[in-house]
Design a protein around this ligand. Sequence first.
Ligand SMILES: *Cc1c(COP(=O)(O)O)cnc(C)c1O
Length: 362
Amino acid sequence: MNTKKLFIPGPTHVLDETLRAMAQYPIGHRGQAYKDLHFEVVAGIQKVLFTKQSILLSTSSATGLMEASVRNLVQKRAANFTCGAFSERWAEITEICGLPQDTFSVAWGKPNQPEQVREALATGKYDVVTIVHNETSTGVTNPIAEIAKVVNEFPHVMLCVDSVSGMAGLPFYFDEWGVDVVFASVQKAWALPPGFAVMAISDRALRRAESTISSQKGFYFDLPLMAKSGAKGQTPITPSLPHMFGLQSQLKRILAETVENRFERHRQMAHRSREWGREKFGLFAESGYESNTVTCFNNNAGIDLGKLIQDAGNQGFIISGGYGELKGKTFRIGHMGEHQMADIEELLIVLDAITNALRDDR
Ligand SMILES: *Cc1c(COP(=O)(O)O)cnc(C)c1O
């Protein structure tokens, strides 16, 4: 297919093979063929997340599941930890839903730290933590394993993690770490077109959600209801079948590559991108917390970033500007999903040529 290639941190590049898999004639979503498909997709996602607990499939983007997790689980008060635009959105959602909450932020570019979480939870005020795994706006990966350890010192606190731009690209040991909710849209490291999201949820989180009043949960995102249908190989509503076919195809590919090799490929692509831009542009993320799926560069080179992005686009390589308050100050490259090292090398050659030309222009 003749198309410009996406190197933005979502939606990201989709293989022709995946697009073809999605374009199948519909099947009834209450029949045996759908059940088989549903269970196959669930089993695959369980392998990617190293979990034996429930997987929920949602015909929505991940933002729907951000909202679902707080509406289903907050009975006392939420502690929303923020370190960039997407984690801030979760705090905003919690507030808009009328749920009691407090926001604990760090400067953009820095990670949330376990100590910050312990200090907040020690007040005894909270029963839910929301935190982002991989902050797409800043290129920071939070130390979720360490943070989960702290949260688990407080047995009644549910840990909800947004791994929208991490899942299927970064390791996530759901059961071992003791996480209660993690979700992702499929247009990031899952490498599918947008419009669908997946969630893992712990048994204890489902029990909590069962005792949350229905008017707070709503219907579309009633997580225990979704789990109940899921146990029968169904969803409460009509699912996006093209995404189910696409997930089936992608999971075959991911499991054939092996998840370990997939994580290693992401690590290598990220390492190469960082080495390329460390001197020339500077990295926005605090050292030691740089993401392996998206890199956010500063502009030490002092070039016109709008022009860089535009010129790269004209040559068929779509990269991304800074998000939110970083607009005009940073740019981002997504290296996730089905990108290979050769694609990154190709992109960096193009960006080098454009950068040199823009420097001469100054
Ligand atoms: C993209 C993204 C979202 C939002 O996902 P939608 O699919 O637009 O709902 C949320 N959190 C993070 C970290 C993201 O990267």
